[in-house]
Design a protein around this ligand. Sequence first.
Ligand code: ZN
Length: 384
Amino acid sequence: MLTPGTDNTTGNSVVTPFPGNTDHADAPGQNTVTPAVFQVQGSMSTFGGPMDTGMSPSEGLALFDPQDLTDPRFEGLFLSDQPPDTTGLGRRLNPDKFYLACRWDYTVTSRSFLRNVLAFVQSVSTGQVEQASPVDWGPNTDTGRVADLSPGLAAALGLNTDDDVIITITGTSESFITPAAASTFNGPSGNSEPTVITTDQWGAAPASVSYFAQNPAAGIVIHNTQSANRDPLTGDAEMQAAAQLAQSIQNTHMVENHWADTGQHFTISRGGLILEGRHGSYEAARAGRVVQASHAISSDGSVNLTWFGIEMEGDNRQSDQVTAMQYTALVELCAWLMKWRGVQVLPIKGHQDILAGHTDCPGLFEQRIPALINDAGARRVQLG
Ligand SMILES: [Zn+2]
């Protein structure tokens, strides 16, 4: 749910938009914490790209082959042209992209798994985390290091050679999305953009202002509406229910909270429909931008300016009630928000991680955020 009050320029009332629903009789035991399948801690160095004379001009990569240069899932990792006087994929890597090498055990994390997953890379000294694509096996054990990172990743994390990192990969071969499994998405498949039901299409009231400031997107916050966990419907019935929800939220935010418009950017209905929230959100998102909104108070106020807010219809306080269709739509939307932003990864956080002690939103769905990060990251890779 949103946190009305101080995170809006005009609102000051503290209102719970929906009285919590406590009907959880059919709650399935689906709370899962995705285990780490790979984790190492130790020192790092950097590798790859035209300037890495530590790699021979012909050195390849353990996880990629020359034909991957034209695979839309992977071509973004590489420079468009082979650097002069080189022939190997190692020097062809784009050093600004986030990639890494570790000494993988292919019997635990297979080559095909590694090619489609993102690793979490954490600076031990600062705690900052980024995500990166595994591309190679290494470094050699006699270096005493556990990982080689792209120069861009090291810079983003403020790391210098021999600084300590923690590398973690969560998810299992069952849960990550293989290209073949992508067809199991109920929503868009292949590279078609997800359908977003715009404010015009669901019959939104006009916003009370004509313009919301926009900023480049910096992240994604996941919320839940704390409204009823209704059964998902199909076709026009789901569309009608989703539109009613969107209208109800907008009415609450504008009339009771005195906000300029719906607080969040997107809402995902129980049946997996994606609805635009605040006016202009969809058009801005497709340009990689966030319209100023009102969904998550943060210590410096920046989250409402630069992070997308996505509301999942439902109440997860007693148990994780997000439906499979909702989750599928969420993975798809997150991946496309990253693609539209022109990055491989945007950070994804549950609302409760934005400001400590402020809210328990999105309830126990919080436990699936690591899996969401992996699944959205894998889907993003597919989008190329
Ligand atoms: Zn929230």
